[in-house]
Every structure is written in C-alpha cells, then in structure tokens.
Design a protein around this ligand. Sequence first.
Ligand SMILES: O=P(O)(O)OC[C@@]1(O)O[C@H](CO)[C@@H](O)[C@@H]1O
Ligand SMILES: [Mn+2]
Length: 434
Amino acid sequence: MDVPCFLSARFEGSFAYLTVKDRLPQILTKVIDTVHREKHKFLEEYGEDGIEAEKKALAHFSKLRNEMQTDKPLIVITDDLPDTHIWNEYLKYQQSLLGDGELPSWFQSPWLYVECYLYRRIHEGMALSPPISGYDVFKEAKNDSFFQSQNAILALCTHLQELKKGIADISETAQREAFSKLLQVSLWGNKCDLSISGGQDNAQKFSILNSLESLKSNILVDDTEFVWLLLSQKKGSSRRIDIVLDNAGFELVTDFVLADLLLSLQLATEVHLHAKCIPWYVSDTTKQDIDWTIKQLLGSNNRWMSKCGETWKENLQKGYWVYHENLFWTLPHEFCSMARTSPDLYAELQKCDLILFKGDLNYRKLTGDRKWDFTVPFSQALTTFHPAPLCSLRTLKSDVQVGLKPGGGELLTAAEADWMISGKYGVIQFSPLI
Ligand SMILES: O=P(O)(O)OC[C@@]1(O)O[C@H](CO)[C@@H](O)[C@@H]1O
Ligand SMILES: [Mn+2]
C-alpha cells in the first residue's frame, strides 16, 4: 500500500518546522534554567560532585541546543543504557534511507524521529552526569501542573465518588451516560500537555464536567458508541482494558477516574496502565509520577480526593490495576513496527479486550506521523498495527488527522487554519480488531 511521506521540519512553515525551530529550543532552554536553579539542591545533596555534575549536564544541553538550532547531523548516543544500541541502530537505519553523503539532521529528518531523539538526548545528558542522573528535569513542571489543577481534580473526584455511591442501582442508559461523560473528560484532560505549551503552565483551572456539553461539537470523530457496544456485551466477564497513558498532572487523574469507573461499572475486571520509562515530552507520565500523584491525593484534606487516593493505591496493590513499563514507548518507532521491533509488547497488547491510547504523540505513532488524506480510514492508517480493538483519545496538537468525512478537513481549514494544532478539537477514534 502506498503510504504518504513523514511530517518533517524540511517543509518550511509546517508545524514540524515551527516546532523544531522555535518550540523545542524553548523547551530545552527551560530544561537548562531548571537544572541551573537546582544547583543549590545538588550542592546540598552531593557536595562538589553535585556542582560538577550540574555543570556537565548544562554543557551537554547547551551543545545539544546548538546542534539543533544549526541543523547539525544527528549523532550517536553515548550513555550505556538498555536502549542506547536501539537508538544508534535507528540512526544507522535513518541514514540508510538517505542519499550518498547525506546525514540525518534536525530539520531534514522525520519530525517524529528528531523530536523523540531530542528527549532521549536530554535523558543522555542526565545519564552522563552522575550523581544527579536520577533527577527528572520535568518533575517541577509536572508537579506544578497538578497543583494548579486542584479545583478541577476536586470536582472530578467528587463526581466519581458521588456516582459510585449509587452505581449498583443505575440503569443501563445512565451507565452509558456516565461512561461517555468520563471518556470525554479523559479526552479533554489531554489538553493539559506541557510540550505543546513549550513548558508554560497548561493546567486545568476549572471543572471540566461543566464544559462537556459545549465541547461536544469539538469532537470531530466520536466512536463512543462502538466502544460502549464492545464493553457492554458480556459485562462482568473477565475483561482487560489497557490505557497507554500520556501526561501527568490533571490528565493522569482523568485516566485514573476512567479506570476506576471501568471497574465500578464492571466494564473491565482489570485495567493495565502503561507509563514511560524516562522523562518524556515534558509532561508524560512516569512510574514516579503515578506514585507521587496517588500520594498527593492520599494526603489531601478533601475526603473525596483522599478516598480516590486510597482506592487507587489499593487497586494497584491488589492487581485490579496493573502497571507496565516498556522501552518501546520512549523509542521513535511508529506503532506499525511494534510486532517486529518489540514482539513481547505486541504479544502483551494482544491479550487486551480494548486498548485506550491517550494523546497526540500516541496518535502520531499510531498513524506513522504521515501526511495522510483526511478521509483515509483510521484502521487503514494503522497499517499493520492491530493487536486488539483500540481507541485513541486525542486532542489535535499536530497536523495529522484521518477518518474524517469528505470535505470535513477542508471546511475546518477554511474556518480555522490552526484546527489541527490548537488543541481545541479532539477525537474519540475506534478501530476494531481486523
Ligand atoms: O502526546 P501529547 O502530550 O498529547 O502531545 C504531545 C505534543 O504536545 O508534542 C508534540 C509537539 O511538540 C505533538 O505531538 C504534541 O503537540
Ligand atoms: Mn504527552
């Protein structure tokens, strides 16, 4: 099957170009500022070794920023982590795709590759700077985002606990309505992403529940009915739903609330959560973020928030929720390569009854970050990636979108030139197991 070309910064004026030219350097500068500000903590904790390490990391990041801003060739990664060889093999693969003498570079190579490569080089900078290697350069921003979203989190936890009080007696229609509402909350939670904002505050300041009705027209593809039909059949039977998480902070709470409801409505008997192994795309969730978020809720003086914290901690302890970690999620690979490059993960996902993919980067990897026509069916854009029935919950923050009705994309472009990158629109897009 012919597949279109990759999004790339080589297309001047494209969103990829503006990202590599402006936003990624902005994100890297915020990393430099953050590590610089932590100097006194590194001194307190590690003495002079901490200061030397901080200097080494800053030098690494400054060199990295210069390489990116002057479109230098991409270079091998020199730390010695479990995925280093995979990244360096991938660099060779990217080079093999080019003509003689050409080298992969920031503005010429596929956007998906160079953006993922940036975050892996940031991690390299910390890995090469012991004893501060374990410091998450995005932690402060992720924590702030959580603290700025307290009102929205409080409203959501209250909503969930009130709903659960009478959940055993509500009608099938009310159950479907409750599910649909929290699926939309999880979708719009994806707006709170610190990569699109260049690391600037992007927290959820008010209760999202009151906005769902007004946001409905911004859902460009709503396959909730297909998801509901899949899950409402054989309720109570053993069923596994996986959530490939995206951002920490408010979005992570919306995903926990959805995961809680899936169990409470007996739409699932186990929910598996996939987070990132390393700090990624500024606000993506790591295991430390999961533990920190639940601890914050547990310590809340609000009864509903602390109740949620207790339940979610217990779900993880008792195996109703299962945590997974896999290097694949922080590699540059399109998901259609998973069966070949990460067969263990693909086999794991084949055990699922449904996989929920959160966010824009996952959507880009699902569709290969290619410039598909808007009307190409979602299942077709997945090409060979069909481990299980899957649904993307994604707010549009990059210029790739499939599965629209004829003329839909063109109408939106005529009305709002930035409809694919503003985060204003979203999709609940389903693909059955084919
Ligand atoms: O995956 P997320 O958190 O929804 O979004 C990630 C993102 O902000 O980063 C990239 C732009 O730099 C795009 O994929 C998208 O805009
Ligand atoms: Mn993200």
